[in-house]
Ligand binder design. Structure first.
Ligand SMILES: C=C(O[C@H]1C=CC=C(C(=O)O)[C@@H]1O)C(=O)O
Length: 388
């Protein structure tokens, strides 16, 4: 796909071409500030030392409507899971070790992620996948970002994220941090019980509080006013309930742009952990390079306004457009349970996989070794992407 696409509930941003490309966030921000470019779009890598893929596009449209998905959507090509990285059993082992590190006092919170590789029969059209995601997730922030020419390799980052890192308009900033998760259930009573259980869960409140503390610490110095409610509220997606804290701030200086705030906040403990440096090192050690999963996707104009979305519930579509790597993670804190954490990643993976019509089986008891290719039988999966 050429360019950048961000479809939010009230606006679609679509850009094409690149008059300039940046791999350093500071260089892009400086260019914007100096008036050399009127708009920056793109993706920040998970690891802040890897910069990102940022572009000053050749053309851009801002449409104040939803992405239209009326009528019949063309079907996406048949696809299947060919690999899980690591295997469900290995993910649980990793989570158990991370809980050990937390209990030993080496770290307070760390987000553990895993991925699945999907192969399609024919190339997947990113814009068609975006349409399917918007139809299934009308309230999500759906994106497709061309990562071409990136030092990290050619691909498209596609996702339907519920989490807003920052929206800046004038000197007002709005954030919608999420952390703490429970699955949706088909039965309304069971579903309500999950939501109520999440809201009253001490473990989930604790997991959420790391994100809020980080935001308060990072945003406080650049804000003249910062309103952070004492308790989170509930947010739902078709797959999960989340704890969310709606945060409002007023920037001290008009010169602080949406891109500046995104770079200041990223990576929050919703995708990384606490302390941040220890969590980054732990994740690199345990998982390797996450590339753009857990990064941020967005735009920033010359006035400093913009939206940056946390790159979760997403996948990287390879250059051949047939192979896709979908990621999901969950915050590990004291009291986390490896099986529940595995199930949570399976449920979250349902956002992307559900749009592709692919089902991921709960293979936690299959005992596959790390990186094992799934058997045909294991690919007969229950769909965890929908409320049960
Ligand atoms: C890291 C992810 O979700 C984050 C956002 C909401 C809830 C989360 C949690 O409960 O662990 C995560 O912090 C992901 O979806 O991959």
């Amino acid at each position: 796909m050429d360019g950048f696409l961000l479809a939010r509930t009230d606006q679609v941003v679509r850009t094409t071409g690149a008059r300039e490309r940046f791999t350093e966030v500071d260089a892009a921000a400086a260019s914007l500030r100096a008036g050399r470019v009127p708009l920056i779009v793109g993706a920040l890598a998970f690891d802040p030392s890897r910069g990102g893929v940022l572009t000053a596009p050749e053309s851009a449209t801002f449409t104040p409507v939803r992405w239209q998905t009326d009528g019949t959507l063309a079907e996406l090509p048949p696809s299947r899971i060919i690999r899980e990285n690591p295997s469900p059993a290995a993910h649980m082992t990793r989570v158990a070790r991370l809980i050990g590190s937390i209990d030993a006092g080496r770290i307070s919170k760390v987000v553990a992620a895993r991925s699945v590789t999907v192969e399609a029969d024919t190339p997947i059209d990113p814009e068609l996948l975006v349409s399917h995601l918007v139809r299934r997730h009308p309230n999500a922030n759906v994106f497709a970002v061309d990562l071409d020419d990136s030092v990290l390799g050619s691909s498209t980052l596609i996702g339907a994220s519920p989490e807003v890192l920052v929206s800046r308009h004038g000197n007002a900033v709005r954030l919608r941090p999420l952390a703490g998760t429970a699955p949706r259930r088909k039965d309304p009573i069971a579903d309500r019980a999950e939501a109520d259980g999440l809201l009253s869960s001490t473990k989930n409140q604790h997991e959420h509080s790391f994100v809020i503390d980080w935001i308060r610490e990072r945003l406080g110095p650049v804000c003249a006013e910062l309103t952070i409610p004492d308790r989170p509220i509930l947010l739902s997606t078709p797959e999960v309930w989340h704890l969310e804290t709606p945060i409002h701030g007023v920037l001290r200086e008009n010169a602080t742009t949406a891109l500046d705030v995104a770079a200041l906040l990223h990576p929050t403990p919703a995708v990384c952990g606490t302390p941040t440096d220890v969590a980054l090192a732990t994740i690199a050690d345990v998982e390797g390079d996450r590339r753009f999963y857990g990064g941020a996707v967005g735009w920033c104009n010359a006035d400093g306004d913009g939206d940056w979305i946390v790159a979760i519930r997403c996948a990287e579509l390879a250059g051949d457009s047939r192979t896709l790597e979908a990621y999901a993670g969950g915050g590990i804190v004291a009291g986390s349970d490896p099986q529940s954490e595995l199930d949570e990643t399976t449920t979250k993976l349902g956002t992307l996989l559900g749009a592709l019509g692919v089902r991921l089986e709960d293979t936690s008891k299959a005992g596959a070794a790390e990186g094992d290719t799934l058997t045909e039988a294991m690919q007969e999966r229950r769909n965890v992407g929908e409320p049960r």
